[in-house]
Design a protein around this ligand. Structure first.
Ligand code: B12
Ligand code: SF4
Length: 497
């Protein structure tokens, strides 16, 4: 994969790394590397490399306060552990700040341990894994500080501590060590006005066109955005430790300002909104559409939402404003299982939402899970049959993982075999599920996952339907790419590679 080096942004005006009044403190921020082999073994059809928005938000925030920041997106650059370590050493930073999700945490910890031996600098960890497991994570000698949850303000306060201007005890949201003990300060209240947060510092990342958003786009170049933070629903499998239970939406103006900046400044033609629940505030969605339409912004976009948050009028307006796909968390085809996982939706609501999308000319994608707690042979079969019965454009079938931070993590062991400590296996596309529902086996779950994909995508009616939907060269390329990815994935899994 050809990647443009950090700082090199062809055809774009140079953005200064820091304002003129920059302080001398230099922060290097790093995402964990995963090798090509690991990714391919997991599932070649699933390779998705998106800009690390969390890190980019933090970098944008502290840069505005005058700090110097370098961002190493080891995950996107497909560099090895050793290369990542070398890049950190070369950056000659005063502070190392890293992020991880549970599956990538062991790798990040190992890298930080090596850095600890070679550099005498504070190492800070933040992001989903730390936020979900603060004490246990900070017990490691690899890290000095941890920042829980929403981190812009806390991280900035921590930098002030490093400059001798604050003491750790007074920094809300911070975890640190004192006499070998992990200390945790009270959580920091969430930022009220998220419009006030600067846009992510994407200019510190590899060129946006170097990222691989899988097949989930209609126009290229495409990139990702977050238009809101938090979700008040209670699905037991969901880790919401970063932004919690309160939905906070950015204003329509602020969202469309960022879209326009990406379009005019970076040549981006499509946005993939990765909000947990983009549709939550339907009035806000409508306002975003109105703002796009009134500015005449010619961009396509996709988003994720819950099935009860869509009406035909809203879907039609979204379509006019450029929305081409909505992904819904459907999870199961069994109402009993949906109730158990506290999804708060009915199968009828699912059917209605997908039908509405079809009527409005928007593709509907379904996320399903196999091996949810209390799932059995019958309910898994119901899920596959239900998925096939819906007019969905695409579907994914993930094997359930009880992530730290999700309510299910606390009691998963009551509902099956849970290999809790096997963090490297906390992946939804794996041949070794970390959680195997009572009464079933790992082989059975993996087999059902394959069967679900095969039965969903290899239906002659589905293939024919996709062909009739092809309206442009882009559509053809996207469908071919999706099909080839699926086919490669199927062959490599079948051959055990
Ligand atoms: C987009 C997304 C993806 C994308 C892109 C990932 C990327 N490059 O960013 C794709 C589809 C590739 C993906 C893949 C996976 N993802 Co994902 N993903 C998300 C999603 C929906 C949004 C991420 C995002 O951009 N958030 C917005 C930013 C602003 O939030 P943030 O990253 O949390 O950052 C804030 C704080 O956490 C903190 N912070 C973050 N990093 C750092 C670092 C420092 C030093 C500090 C101080 C603070 C800090 O500050 C930020 C601003 O306040 C989240 C859910 C969510 N709501 O966040 C899941 C989520 C992060 N993903 C998750 C998972 C499980 C995965 C996969 C393992 C799934 C799989 N395939 O098996 C893979 C792992 C891939 C990998 N190697 O990382 C889980 C993680 C749970 C966990 N405990 O592990 C989440 C939380 C979903 C969930 N609710 O369960 N994911
Ligand atoms: S799965 Fe979606 S709807 Fe459920 S709690 Fe998580 S973000 Fe909210």
């Amino acid at each position: 994969m050809e990647l443009v080096q950090i700082g090199q942004r062809p055809g774009l005006p140079e953005v200064p790394q820091a304002p003129l009044h920059a302080k001398t403190l230099k922060i290097t921020m790093v995402t964990p590397p995963l090798s090509h082999e690991e990714m391919l073994n997991y599932d070649p059809g699933m390779i998705m490399v998106n800009p690390p928005l969390g890190m980019a938000y933090i970098a944008g925030y502290v840069r505005e306060k005058g700090y110097r920041v370098e961002l190493i997106d080891a995950f996107a650059e497909f560099i090895t552990e050793e290369q990542t370590i070398q890049r950190i050493l070369d950056s000659k930073c005063d502070i190392l700040a890293v992020t991880s999700v549970t599956v990538s945490h062991p790798r990040m910890e190992k890298i930080c341990q090596t850095i600890k031996e070679k550099m005498s600098i504070p190492i800070v960890i933040g992001g989903p894994h730390f936020s979900a497991m603060p004490e246990r994570t900070l017990q490691s000698n690899a890290f000095d500080f941890g920042v829980s949850g929403e981190a812009e303000e806390t991280f900035c306060d921590l930098l002030q501590f490093v400059e001798g201007k604050k003491i750790p005890e007074e920094i809300q949201g911070l975890a640190y060590k004192k006499n070998g003990q992990v200390m945790r300060n009270p959580p920091r209240p969430l930022i009220k006005d998220i419009d006030a947060i600067p846009f992510p510092a994407r200019d510190l990342l590899p060129a946006l066109t170097a990222y691989r958003p899988s097949t989930k786009y209609k126009r290229w170049p495409v990139t990702t955005m977050m238009s809101s933070r938090g979700c008040p629903f209670k699905c037991i499998f969901c880790d919401k430790s970063s932004f919690g239970d309160t939905f906070r939406g950015r204003s329509a103006k602020n969202v469309v300002d960022e879209m326009e900046m990406l379009n005019k400044g970076h040549g981006i033609r499509e946005i993939n909104f990765y909000d947990d629940n983009f549709l939550f505030d339907m009035k806000r969605v409508e306002a975003i559409c109105d703002e796009i339409l009134s500015r005449g912004l010619d961009m396509t976009w996709s988003c994720e939402g819950r099935v009860h948050s869509i009406t035909l009028d809203l879907a039609k307006k979204m379509k006019r404003a450029g929305c081409w796909q909505i992904s819904f968390g459907i999870e199961s085809g069994s109402q009993r299982v949906l109730n158990f996982i506290k999804k708060g939706i009915t199968l009828q609501q699912v059917r209605d939402a997908v039908t509405i999308c079809n009527k409005a000319g928007i593709e509907a994608k379904g996320y399903f899970q196999i091996g949810l707690p209390t799932d059995n042979e019958e309910s898994i079969q119901d899920t596959i049959v239900f998925a096939k019965s819906l007019p969905l454009s695409t579907a994914s079938f993930n094997i359930t993982v009880p992530y730290p931070g999700a309510p299910l993590y606390q009691y998963a062991a009551q509902y099956g075999d849970f290999d809790e400590g096997a963090f490297e296996g906390y992946m939804v596309a794996t041949d070794k599920p970390v959680f195997v529902t009572k009464g079933l086996t790992a082989e059975y779950l993996v087999g059902k996952q394959k069967q679900a994909y095969k039965e969903f995508y290899m239906r002659p009616r589905y293939i024919l339907h996709r062909i009739t939907k092809i309206r442009s060269v882009w559509d053809l390329q996207r469908n071919m790419k999706g099909f080839l990815q699926y086919f490669k994935s199927f062959v490599s899994r079948a051959s055990g590679s």
